[in-house]
Design a protein around this ligand. Structure first.
Ligand SMILES: [Zn+2]
Length: 478
């Protein structure tokens, strides 16, 4: 059975404060939420998941090629019907033999993924990433975005002591109709609150009776990440249970990031495990729209970068927020850009995600993309595949203003404004290669020649309705 070996967190860089929303609307009554994270035009559940997973690998004891199971949870996959995990496998460089599982449908997806990963044979990666959308005309809609990744191995420092479940039908709490983008609820608050409280209470009490956790005492629990669609729900959900308030505070993050859907409790758990001592017990309680709850009890400490991620953001105004989230209508992009067919695109995935270059067996020079003749000795050689470093130096940079972008980038530009394109020099064992790439997570025009940047996988554009992803570069001092 697995334990938690490492945790990684990814939050969008952009934030909007409740004050900014109140200024635009004259009021804001969102329950206890001071700030929401705002996914940029090139961020989605996949890119946030990749970023969280990369962070978990950076601090864990398992390499990507040692992972045998991948569990991915989201309620907002990039496409309604199409597996998202193959993209995750490719982007992270996991083995093609990886067993993959996708969990979706409700906010319970996060716990289902985590429980499955803990049950798996061999090292597992669990990623919960979500960015629920609400009606932009509803001032109080609390939706944020984020991702948490858990690297699991037998030798991990955080052990699962037990898990228990409760399921019953409570329809209409929070749902998204077929074909709709936006999450709604029936707003029958007392019904909703009772449904969640009953489910949560039953699941947690069963940790003692059914899961047989020894010396289980709720009043002595050190941390608790409880279902958090808003900041009042965690304490309301556990009204019938003697969980200490300071334990709840350790695992509540919705007040600073907004409702992150299926990633909400995983992010709260990441924050609580970071604050935990080596013998501390932390409870994670997930509830699902539709009815049902799962409780998992953990013991131990693991570092997460939750606080650092939270501190790294920058604020946007209300109009910028509407634009980034695509609330200001959509445009049809006319053809005529650099159309790349999907088969050709598929051949280039290793370059786009893993920064795969070709090393010349004759002279040792690097060529990117690894096609044609060697850039240095001009011989037609069979390149050896190498991966370039994921941090590099900007050698040239320019801004692409409105009207200057190829049509496939028009939608991004409409949402995100002008963007920078740079030539980045990346190294591998003393040799280097130059590649052109978009910059992201930076104000246009602020990155200079000589600056250090790091690769992040982001959405590039959609063609034939299919999103395409690849490396962009973000400033290193993030
Ligand atoms: Zn050569």
């Amino acid at each position: 059975m697995n334990a938690i070996d490492a945790v990684g967190v990814a939050l969008p860089r952009l934030r909007i404060s409740t004050g900014e929303i109140a200024d635009a609307w004259g009021r804001y009554s969102g329950a206890g939420i001071a700030q929401k994270t705002v996914a940029a035009a090139d961020e989605d559940a996949l890119t946030l998941g990749i970023e969280a997973a990369e962070s978990a690998f950076a601090r864990g004891s398992v390499d990507p090629n040692g992972v045998s199971t991948l569990c991915f949870a989201t309620t907002t996959p990039p496409l309604d019907t199409e597996e998202v995990v193959p993209r995750l496998v490719r982007a992270l460089g996991l083995p093609s033999s990886t067993m993959t599982r996708t969990f979706t449908q409700s906010t319970l997806a996060g716990t289902e993924a985590l429980d499955s990963g803990l049950d798996a044979d061999g090292p597992a990666l669990v990623v919960a990433a979500d960015l629920p959308r609400g009606d932009p005309a509803s001032v109080d809609h609390p939706f944020g975005a984020g991702a948490a990744a858990f690297l699991l191995a037998e030798t991990g420092s955080v052990e699962r002591l037990g898990s228990a479940n409760h399921v019953d039908e409570f329809a209409g709490i929070s749902y998204r109709e077929r074909g709709s983008d936006e999450l709604t609820g029936l707003d029958i608050t007392s019904y909703e609150r009772n449904a969640i409280r009953e489910s949560v209470t039953s699941a947690v009490e069963r940790l003692d009776t059914d899961a047989g956790v020894d010396e289980f005492e709720l009043s002595a629990i050190d941390g608790a990440a409880v279902f958090q669609p808003d900041a009042r729900m965690p304490s309301r959900a556990v009204t019938d249970l003697p969980i200490p308030r300071d334990a709840l505070a350790r695992g509540t993050v919705v007040d600073r990031i907004g409702d992150a859907g299926a990633a909400g409790v995983p992010l709260g758990l990441a924050a609580a495990l970071d604050a935990a001592g080596d013998d501390d017990r932390t409870l994670a309680v997930f509830a699902g729209s539709g009815g049902g709850a799962t409780a998992i009890l953990f013991e131990g400490h693991v570092d997460s970068d939750f606080d650092a991620e939270l501190d790294a953001g920058s604020s946007v105004t209300y109009p910028e927020y509407l634009r980034e989230r695509g609330y200001l209508g959509t445009v049809d992009v006319a053809g005529g850009g650099a159309h790349v067919s999907l088969p050709t695109w598929q051949q280039s995935l290793d370059q786009r995600y893993r920064l795969a270059a070709g090393r010349c067996p004759e002279c040792g020079a690097l060529t990117f993309p690894p096609e044609g003749a060697c850039r240095s000795c001009h011989r037609g050689v069979a390149f050896e595949r190498v991966e370039l470093s994921r941090t590099g130096v900007v050698r040239a940079v320019t801004s692409i203003g409105h009207g200057g972008a190829p049509p496939e980038f028009a939608e991004q530009q409409r949402r995100d404004g002008a963007y920078d394109v740079a030539i980045v020099e990346l190294e591998h064992e003393g040799e280097s290669a130059m590649l052109p790439a978009q910059l992201t997570d930076s104000e246009t025009g602020t990155v200079e020649v000589g600056d250090e940047v790091r690769a992040v996988v982001r959405k590039l554009y959609e063609q034939e309705g299919v999103p395409r992803y690849g490396a962009k570069f973000a400033p290193v001092e993030r």
